[in-house]
Design a protein around this ligand. Structure first.
Ligand SMILES: NC(=O)c1ccc[n+]([C@@H]2O[C@H](COP(=O)([O-])OP(=O)(O)OC[C@H]3O[C@@H](n4cnc5c(N)ncnc54)[C@H](O)[C@@H]3O)[C@@H](O)[C@H]2O)c1
Length: 394
């Protein structure tokens, strides 16, 4: 990534405002770092907390030029300025994604929002409609799609190297919620433990949507039906900490989906294995710089970023010569940088490089929430096969 298409198209970087992601948050610093890695954004404004004083203080302490007390105040003020923000990135708790995304679109900002897009399918569908009506760019930060070898996996599937896809296994296993000392009713519940704020299923909103999106990104397939069990494995817990499901895909392929946050000692084990008629690929997030390809009729191949056999979609996702590890920040930055290219092209009335248009968008967000919805319905019906398509929603 030696050139800067945003500067080429606009003659300047995009002006970015952030809502959420204050000091100590899980993901705020990742967004801010991702935005800067390729010099496509300049951070100009922030509202970093729901408490106005904390919000202004946090933005000032981080050196963000314009510090606001509230997200809507930020959007109103930035929309009025000649040098106001172009793009708004939202990394607040899940229940505010719809509110801030909609308010940003209504004021003409392009939007980058963290997952899940919303907590409810109705809100997600409403947002998708508003995005389509506005013509603005909406990027959803399913950041695992930005890893060079996840893009290589997708490109190999598109290239036909795996043949017809028949089997998919995805797991996202964490151990962060393996201990049993959760908040109890009456405590000041952290937002994730409050179904109104965190969404109907903690594990599905937090990591199930990532796993579902990764499968769709790599295979290009859609989940047509799901048979799921979702619940809690830690006794007396009030929120979901595991989900297991069988999947049927729109081409007839079969899959298995397993996500939990209660596997003691496990860190961030996101893994995918995809088998087609021509071979199998395997990738693990904790060893992101190797992609194993097991062809049907040949020796096993190990792909590395920028190594031999790298396809163009993956090559543009690496910034460094082969052998130098790239990881979470760089993957996140790829999503930001591709969104920047699409936003700059839209603003300049130009076409973006088609290879830049692989970042997750509002439709991906809707399908993620639809999958959660269908899996929960299946689980409530004792694991019955349940349609997960948008057309079949009730
Ligand atoms: N892409 C990823 O891998 C990833 C990882 C973690 C979290 N997330 C998502 O990011 C979002 C935030 O999660 P988190 O773990 O960072 O939460 P967090 O609780 O750690 O941090 C939330 C931050 O938002 C601020 N905030 C809360 N309400 C606000 C408001 N109304 N206006 C402005 N600021 C507000 C808080 O002060 C805090 O700084 C969630 O939607 C979550 O699903 C994504």
């Amino acid at each position: 990534m030696d050139t800067n298409p945003v500067i080429e198209m606009l003659g300047r970087r995009l002006r970015l405002a952030v809502i959420g992601g204050g000091p100590g948050s899980s993901i705020g610093s990742m967004h801010r770092a991702a935005a800067r890695i390729d010099d496509r954004y300049e951070l100009v404004a922030g509202a970093l907390s729901s408490d106005p004083d904390k919000s202004r203080r946090a933005a000032s302490e981080l050196g963000i030029p314009r510090a606001y007390g509230d997200g809507i105040e930020l959007l109103d003020a930035e929309a009025e300025r000649d040098d106001g923000a172009d793009v708004v990135a939202i990394m607040t708790p899940n229940d505010t994604h719809h509110l801030y995304s909609l308010a940003a679109l209504e004021r003409g900002f392009d939007v980058i929002c963290d997952k899940p897009i919303t907590n409810t399918l109705e809100e997600a569908l409403d947002l998708l409609q508003r995005v389509e009506e506005s013509g603005l760019v909406f990027c959803l930060t399913h950041n695992y799609t930005g890893y060079p070898l996840v893009r290589q996996a997708r490109a190999m599937v598109e290239d036909g190297q795996l043949g017809e896809i028949r089997l998919v296994q995805v797991e996202y296993v964490q151990g962060g919620k393996a201990s049993e000392n959760d908040p109890v009713p009456g405590d000041d519940l952290p937002w994730r433990y409050d179904p109104v704020r965190g969404g109907p299923s903690l594990v599905m909103g937090d990591i199930g949507t990532h796993a579902h999106n990764l499968v769709r990104f790599v295979t290009g397939l859609e989940v047509s039906e799901v048979a799921a069990e979702i619940g809690h494995i830690v006794p007396d817990r009030l929120v979901d900490d595991y989900a297991g499901a069988l999947l049927r895909f729109d081409n007839g392929a079969r899959g298995i989906f397993w996500v939990t946050q209660a596997a003691a000692g496990v860190e961030n084990s996101l893994r995918i294995r995809v088998s087609g008629t021509g071979g199998t690929i395997e990738w693990m997030q904790e060893q992101p710089t190797t992609l194993i390809f097991r062809p049907l009729d040949g020796p096993v191949r190990v792909h590395t970023p920028n190594g031999p056999g790298t396809l163009p979609l993956a090559a543009r996702a690496s910034r460094i010569v082969a052998g130098h590890p790239e990881g979470f920040h760089e993957g996140f930055a790829n999503v930001y940088s591709d969104a920047a290219e699409a936003i700059a092209a839209r603003r300049a009335g130009l076409e973006a490089d088609p290879l830049a248009l692989h970042f997750p968008d509002a439709r991906d967000g809707v399908l993620g929430v639809r999958f959660v919805d269908a899996a929960m319905k299946s689980s409530a019906a004792g694991g019955a096969w349940t349609s997960a398509t948008l057309e079949s929603r009730v």
